[in-house]
Structures are given as structure tokens and as C-alpha cells.
Design a protein around this ligand. Structure first.
Ligand code: ATP
Ligand code: ZN
Length: 757
């Protein structure tokens, strides 16, 4: 029996650090038997690939006892999976409960901790669109964790005060204060141990605290428990900041929209906008949906979404994005995507999914952490027993040192060092329209040695214009009329230009039958009973003889950077159409930046050699011309075989195979029509400069990761030495642990300020 595998995504609350992620991952595998689990602490999400029967409710309950709540995220553009619907009420609660405890790590308070099946799918559908957004985390100081920390602190203070008055009660009072904080920690430690994860920080903490009491250091045990809670709280705040860096993008979309219906205008929730609705955007308003302008003309500030600092003029038929800011004029916009499908939502979702895909460095660190904790524990045990047994050193002193070393055994800072930096790097990129699909991609960018660019639509604007029409066997008007007819079925940029040109001349274009595109060569169709071909001169020359004079005419146009397509009607050369596609304004500068960074650049094109050379010379890039789609792929493969790390940039038209075989395939295009889902990375706003920027971001991120690993391991090493030397004790050890985690996270957040050149 082969049950279909479904994908379910969940938002996880209460997950603050990397050891949390490990616990959730472990529990999910054990409880459901599902092996395809990915958890991202920085996105706060979990994805499972499972059979429809998998008991999600049971997992939900188990995670509740570990201190986490999960809420399903509806799949994009579709209805929620039935298994998710059953729990949708939880997310609904999460979402509406703005000032509640959605960050709550306390199983009792968390929505899903103990729900009865009876109140099943009741509230689901109304809130589903909201699930693709981050839950509204309440302010951290109102969370259960904060309350527990406060309580533990108060108990510690009370014990301290009472101890001054009643010195003989001092030890029991400190033990009591310690238990206030330790009880929930110990419970989580045992719940995780039951799931086969004995070496959690909670377990280390519990052993250290109990051990400290045993050797008569109750006061310090209470202080350490309190500091641990403070540290966890800080970690949670830092992790929340990292998470907000990307979900904040969706907060850019306003909550209400002005919809025009039957001549009346009324306010509705932006989440409920349907495709095709007409909305009014007042001057100065944020645009509430992706759409097309149907009336009005205004300067749009796209900085929050694209990082483009100068406002862009947009008029009728221009595409606008949710979250951008309208300038001085009112606009009427037709909605083209629902709230859960708009560009921002797609970007947020892609970045979250990207965080679930681990980078090689991350996997290595995870592996390392697996040995790190047991190794440090072994050192702790040796330190505790060897000196007293071998040299008769005092037991209390060395057991105390051993316990302090336990706390150094927490790998949290180390394990979070990489995902925190990667999450910040991915977010920093996404905010400027540089999308990378996972840590591995971000990591690979740094190593790119060669960038291959497609020409049309990538280095050029992809908006060619008809410049010349050559009349040969037929008059010019007839050449254009037949050419437009063959092109009506094609999505090639040249086709659109020719069709638009005919329309502008008010030419009545006849219908075409059997229209067929021949990749990299041209198009054929039957028009008014005649077989018509329009395409590259080389391909045309295979059909009909082309005279020397005509060839020279074509060559002269090519040398001017124009692309010439020949029109063949039946067995005669009827005419030719020349088009010119201007390079993107930033192309030359971007190529220069890549060259300056010692990266080889190469333009791959199906266009003829002279046109390609003319454009290549203007941009300062090497050229390989007259390539069929398969040739482009071969060029990329050859480069790779010679040891190059190749990035290929293109729009997916006639270069999909090359994109797929490159080390990194980068889709480039204006907004909505980019093939986001298939490439490894995407330059959403079609700037050539985006490519060197991605490489720079990758270098910065990897540098940040190395700093983080140094901080994490360095601090631990220092405290290991000072502990054994007897300079520092229990509480500096716990401070070092949480301090390192916070430092590493804050350092990673610096990446959010990444500003490309
Ligand atoms: N639909 C079409 N209409 C007219 N000519 C076409 C068409 N498709 C292909 N051609 C001809 O074939 C040549 C190669 O096409 P191809 O799409 O491979 O390259 P391109 O348009 O130059 O873009 P790129 O730089 O992305 O390779 C074009 O330069 C053009 O002469
Ligand atoms: Zn931790």
C-alpha cells in the first residue's frame, strides 16, 4: 500500500533556542514515526511530510508536555489539509489573542495543551488566510516564562531577606526558592529524556542544581536557577527578534482596503480581498494588495519591499505590490492576488521554508554538538572524581567544579550560531528582493567563480522595440501583418514586441493555425493558407536562399546591436524585422563590480554573434552567441567540469536547462512572473546589481557565522579553564552559556543592516 504523502506546516510557539528545535524534531520523529521532519528555530516553523493517517493530535499533546504549542499554517492558495483543519481553532486563538500568551511555554496555558476533540473544526475557515502570517507574539514580559522568572527572582530575594533574619533557616529557604524555578525545568528535562534526549540543557541544569544543594551550596543553586531563567528569557527575546525580521515584512501590508463595488466604496479587511476586486488607494496610503493600476498615475515608494530608494512612476497597466506606498495621486487598482498569495506572503513563506533547509555548515555543527555535550560531561565527571580519588583533594571543591562544567556542556550558543546568521542573511536579502532558497544556496554564493547571464530580459530590459522593417518580396505593411500573425501564440519578448508594433499601427492581424515555437530558432504557423516562418537568419537560410546583399544588410543592423528576424512565406524570403533591446541601466556597473571581485562573467545568447558582440562590448562582458537551449546547458556543464563554480542568471525562457545544471540557478524578472518556485535564487526586482549583492551578502553571512562559532566555542573554552582553575564557579558558567547565546544572536542580527553597494 502506498499512501499519498502530504505536507503539513506548523507554527511553533515557545521554541527559543536550538536545543528546543532538537527536542521538537526528536519528539516528532518518535511520536509520529515520520522521518521527514524539518524544524527551524529562526522561522519558528515545523514541516512534516507524512501519511494522511498520522496522528497530529498526539504529537500536539506531546509537544505540549515539552512546553511547545503548534498551530497549522494553511498551504498557499489552497484549502487546509484535513489533518490541519482539525486543529485550526488553535491558530485562530493564537491570532486573535493579541495580548495573550501566544509565546507561552507553559503547557497548561497553551491552547493545544489539553483540548478535547469535541470542539474540533468549528472556527477554522474564517481565519485560514491569516495562518500564513506569524502569530502575534505578545510582549515578552507578559509571557509565562517572564512570570516564572519573576517568581523565581522574588523567591530568591525573599529567601535572602529571611535568611538574614533567621540564619538557621537559610538553607531550607534557598532550597525552596530554587524549587520554584527548578520544578518546571526538571519536568521538561524528564519529558525530553523520555523522548530519548537525555542531554538537554534542562537536564544539565537540574543535575547541577540538585548536586549543588547536595554539597551544601543551596544559595548558589537558587541563584543559578534564577540566572538560567533570565538567560532563557533573553534567548527568547533574541530569537523573537530574529523571527520578526522576516515576518515583519507581512506587517507592511495594511489591514484594511477600500473596495469599490457598484459605485460605492467601503472598507473591508485586506485579508478578504478577492482577485479581480477594484480597490481605491488614496495618496500616501500603503497599497493593500498586489494588483494592476486601472486608473491614475503616481510615484510609488517601493523601498520597504524592494529596497529601491527612489520612488518609481507608475501609470495604467503597471504592476503594484502590496506594502508599497502610494505617492501623490489616488489610484484605482485591480487586485491580482489574494492576501495569502501576494508577493510579500510568497517571499515570507519562501524565506521561512528556506530556513528549514539546513546549510552544510549547520549540519556539521549539529553533528559536532552531538559529541560536544557528552564529551564535556565526561570531562565534568573526571574533574569531579579524579583529583579527590587520586590525590585526596577535597570532594566538595571538585564536585562543585564538575557541576559547573556541566553547565558549560550546553551547546546552545554553538548550535544557534549558524541558523541565526543564515536567517538574518536570508531576511536581509529578502527585504531587497534577493531571494535565496536555503542556507546551502546562501553558503554556495560565496564560492561562485563564474556568472553566466542570459541576454534577453536579463542583461537587457527584455522590452525590445521594432526599429526597422525590410521589405523584400512583400511590402513592409504585409511583412509586419504576417509576422504579427505568426507571433500571436508566442510569449517570446520579440513576439510581444512585434505584436505590439502591429497593434500600434492599427493593422488587422489574421489568425494563425498550427503555431509552433522552435526554441532558439523562431516560430512557424499557417496564415491564410500559407506556411510562414519568422526567426533567426541562420535558421531562415536553411529554408530559403538568402542573397549576399540581404545578408550584408542584416549584418549592418546587427552591428548596431539590433536583432533581425527574417520572414519566410512559403518558399520565398518576404522581408525582415529588426528589433532593439536596450541593456538594463545598471548592467555595465554590475558586470564591473563582479569583475572587480575576481568573478568571470559570460553572456549566453541565442541571438546572432554580431548583435551579441555589439551588446557585449557595451557591457564589458565576454560573449557566447548563437546558442540553442541545449548549447547553453553544455556551456555551463563544461565550465563546471573545468572546476568553475557557476551561477546562471536567466528568465527561464529558453534557458531552463542551463539554469538547472548550474551550481546556482538564479531567476530574474519583474515581480510576479518570476519563476520563483523553480530556481535556487531569484532577483525579484530584476536588477543586474542584485547578483554581486547576493555574493557580497553570502560573504558577509559566512564571515558572521565564523565569528559566531569563535564566540561560542571561545567563551566555553575560557570558562572551562577558569572553572578548573577555581577562578569561576557555577553562576559565571551559566551566565557564560546564556550570554554566549545572546551575543551570537545579536551578532547575527547585525546582518539585517546589510546595505549593498
Ligand atoms: N518568437 C520569435 N520570433 C522571432 N524570432 C525568434 C523567436 N524565437 C526565436 N527567434 C530567433 O531566434 C534567436 C534565438 O532565440 P533565443 O530565444 O534563443 O535567444 P534570444 O531571444 O536572443 O534570447 P537569449 O539572449 O535569452 O538567448 C533570436 O535572436 C531570434 O532571431
Ligand atoms: Zn538553550
Amino acid at each position: 500500500m502506498n499512501a499519498p504523502i502530504v505536507q503539513s506546516r506548523f507554527r511553533v510557539t515557545g521554541m527559543d533556542c536550538a536545543s528546543c528545535a532538537a527536542k521538537i524534531d526528536g519528539a516528532a520523529r518518535r511520536i509520529t514515526g515520520v522521518t521527514d521532519v524539518s524544524v527551524s528555530v529562526t522561522a519558528g516553523t515545523m514541516t512534516l511530510h507524512h501519511e494522511p493517517e498520522t496522528d497530529i493530535a498526539k504529537l500536539e499533546q506531546r509537544l505540549g508536555t515539552l512546553g511547545y504549542a503548534i498551530a497549522p499554517i494553511a498551504p498557499q492558495g489552497g484549502a487546509a489539509h484535513p489533518a490541519q483543519k482539525a486543529h485550526a481553532h488553535c491558530a485562530g486563538l493564537d491570532h486573535h489573542d493579541d495580548h495573550g500568551d501566544s509565546h507561552d511555554a507553559h503547557p497548561g496555558d497553551a491552547c493545544c495543551g489539553s483540548h478535547a476533540p469535541a470542539h474540533g473544526p468549528a472556527t477554522s475557515t474564517a481565519t485560514e488566510d491569516n495562518h500564513s502570517r506569524a502569530p502575534m507574539d505578545g510582549p515578552w514580559w507578559r509571557s509565562a516564562k517572564a512570570r516564572l522568572t519573576l517568581l523565581s527572582g522574588l523567591a530568591l530575594g525573599a529567601a535572602f531577606g529571611a535568611g538574614l533574619l533567621l540564619p538557621r533557616l537559610d538553607t531550607p529557604l534557598f532550597i525552596l526558592a530554587m524549587l520554584v524555578g527548578l520544578a518546571p525545568i526538571a519536568r521538561r528535562a524528564f519529558a525530553a529524556a523520555v523522548d530519548g534526549m537525555p542531554f538537554t540543557i534542562e537536564m544539565l541544569m537540574t543535575i547541577a542544581a540538585v548536586g549543588a544543594v547536595a554539597i551544601g551550596a543551596a544559595e548558589e543553586a537558587a541563584a543559578v536557577v534564577f540566572l538560567f531563567l533570565v538567560g532563557e528569557l533573553l534567548e527568547g527575546v533574541a530569537a523573537g527578534r530574529a523571527r520578526a525580521s522576516i515576518s515583519a515584512l507581512s506587517d507592511l501590508v495594511p489591514k484594511t482596503a477600500w473596495v469599490e463595488h457598484d459605485g460605492a466604496v467601503r472598507a473591508v479587511s485586506a485579508d478578504s480581498l478577492a482577485v479581480g476586486a477594484t480597490i481605491l488607494v488614496r495618496p500616501g496610503d500603503r497599497i493593500p494588495a498586489d494588483g494592476i493600476i486601472i486608473a491614475g498615475d503616481s510615484a510609488i515608494d517601493e523601498a520597504p519591499v524592494t529596497g529601491e530608494s527612489t520612488p518609481v512612476r507608475k501609470g495604467v497597466d503597471a504592476v503594484v505590490f502590496a506594502g508599497t506606498v502610494n505617492g501623490e495621486a489616488a489610484l484605482r487598482v485591480q487586485v491580482t492576488a489574494t492576501a495569502s498569495d501576494n508577493t510579500i506572503a510568497r517571499v515570507v513563506r519562501l524565506v521561512e521554508e528556506a530556513q528549514e533547509k539546513k546549510a552544510p555548515t549547520e549540519r556539521f555543527i549539529d553533528q559536532f554538538a552531538r559529541y560536544y555535550t557528552p564529551a564535556v560531561l565526561a570531562v565534568g565527571a573526571l574533574v569531579a572524581v579524579v583529583p579527590p580519588l587520586a590525590f585526596g583533594a577535597p570532594w566538595a571543591e571538585w564536585v562543585y567544579k564538575g557541576l559547573a562544567i556541566l553547565l558549560i556542556g550546553c551547546p546552545c550558543a554553538l548550535v544557534i550560531s549558524t541558523p541565526a546568521a543564515i536567517a538574518a542573511g536570508l531576511s536581509a536579502g529578502a527585504r531587497r528582493g534577493l531571494l535565496m532558497k536555503g542556507g546551502a544556496v546562501l553558503e554556495t554564493f560565496r564560492k561562485v567563480t563564474t556568472v553566466c547571464f542570459d541576454k534577453t530580459g536579463t542583461l537587457t530590459a527584455g522590452k525590445p522595440e521594432v526599429t526597422d522593417i525590410m521589405a523584400l518580396a512583400l511590402p513592409a505593411g504585409e511583412v509586419l501583418r504576417l509576422a504579427a500573425a505568426v507571433e500571436t501564440g508566442s510569449s517570446h519578448p520579440l513576439a510581444r514586441a512585434i505584436v505590439a508594433h502591429a497593434a500600434a499601427q492599427a493593422i488587422a492581424v489574421p489568425p494563425a493555425e498550427d503555431a509552433r515555437a522552435h526554441g532558439g530558432k523562431g516560430v512557424t504557423a499557417r496564415v491564410e493558407g500559407r506556411v510562414v516562418f519568422l526567426g533567426a537568419p541562420a535558421a531562415a537560410a536553411e529554408l530559403v536562399p538568402v542573397s549576399e546583399a540581404d545578408m550584408q544588410h542584416v549584418a549592418a543592423l546587427n552591428a548596431d546591436g539590433k536583432t533581425v528576424s527574417l520572414l519566410v512565406v512559403e518558399r520565398t524570403l518576404a522581408g525582415a524585422i529588426a528589433l532593439r533591446d536596450e541593456p538594463r541601466p545598471d548592467a555595465a556597473a554590475a558586470i564591473k563590480a563582479l569583475t572587480a571581485a575576481h568573478i568571470t562573467t559570460l553572456m549566453l545568447t541565442g541571438d546572432n554573434r554580431r548583435t551579441a558582440d555589439a551588446i557585449g562590448a557595451r557591457l564589458g562582458i565576454a560573449v557566447a552567441a548563437e546558442l540553442l537551449p541545449a548549447d547553453k546547458q553544455r556551456v555551463v556543464s563544461d565550465l563546471k567540469a573545468r572546476g568553475a563554480m557557476v551561477a546562471k542568471v536567466g528568465d527561464g525562457i529558453n534557458d531552463a536547462p542551463a539554469l538547472a545544471s548550474a551550481d546556482i540557478g538564479i531567476a530574474m524578472g519583474d515581480g510576479t512572473d518570476v519563476a520563483l518556485e523553480t530556481a535556487d535564487a531569484a532577483a525579484l526586482h530584476a536588477r543586474v546589481q542584485d547578483i554581486p549583492d547576493m555574493i557580497a551578502l553570502s560573504r558577509r553571512t559566512m564571515g558572521n557565522i565564523h565569528q559566531n562559532i569563535t564566540i561560542a566555542l571561545g567563551l566555553k573554552a575560557v570558562f572551562l579553564v577558569t572553572t578548573v582553575a577555581g577562578i569561576t564557579g557555577l553562576w559565571p558558567a551559566i551566565l557564560a552559556d546564556t550570554g554566549a547565546t545572546v551575543l551570537v544572536t545579536l551578532n547575527a542580527l547585525r546582518l539585517l543592516r546589510f546595505r549593498p553597494q
